[in-house]
Design a protein around this ligand. Sequence first.
Ligand code: C5P
Length: 223
Amino acid sequence: MSTSGADVPVIAIDGPGGSGKGTITTRLANHLGWHFLDSGALYRLTALAVMKKQLSLHDETALGEIAANLDIRFETGVGDVRALLDQQDVTERLRSEDTGALASKIATIPAVRAALAGRQRQFRQLPGLVADGRDMGTVIFPDAKLKIFLTASAEIRAERRYKQLKEKGESVNLTRLFREIKARDLRDQSRSIAPLRPAGNAVIIDSTSLSIDEVFAKVVSLV
Ligand code: C5P
């Protein structure tokens, strides 16, 4: 039996940034003993590589090449996953708002998406995969057994992010965060390739007034 491919079950969890899909994805993968894919991290790592090489966002060929040739590794430790780019730990920089904003810009470029598609599908390994992103259910794993679209109002997503950053001791401005989240939503939803939208057969969960435990319970009941 092959250990990757269509015989490996996938659960796709898509939605906008801050909807809680990252937390739900890792919790579900741990609960099931499956692999997980944080596809946003691949776009963020590409963004960091683009910054490092100081590439122009207009040079689509170079951007596609950089995405195709990324030297990346994920190391799973106790309670966290470290991300390495060119053998250097970039975990903290990966999560910054600037990296997210650049990731969302380069994610509109077809050559970048094409280069990252194959890498994402390589995560499909037995006994199964829980994949988190924007287009997991629509483009990367259209045959996923279960597709969830997790959403929440932009206001609550900005507040959650605000609390997270405050806890980390970063100085943040809620109004600015809210504006950035709206801009990123708009870019993700309106791009011509793989826009953020629920797959036709996705179950939509609005987490605006739900705790993470309540969302997790709902997802487990669907699994
Ligand atoms: O989920 P995360 O915030 O880490 O993703 C960063 C950016 O990468 C998103 O704003 C989105 O533009 C892009 N992305 C994407 N497709 C995915 C995952 C992320 O376009 N599957």
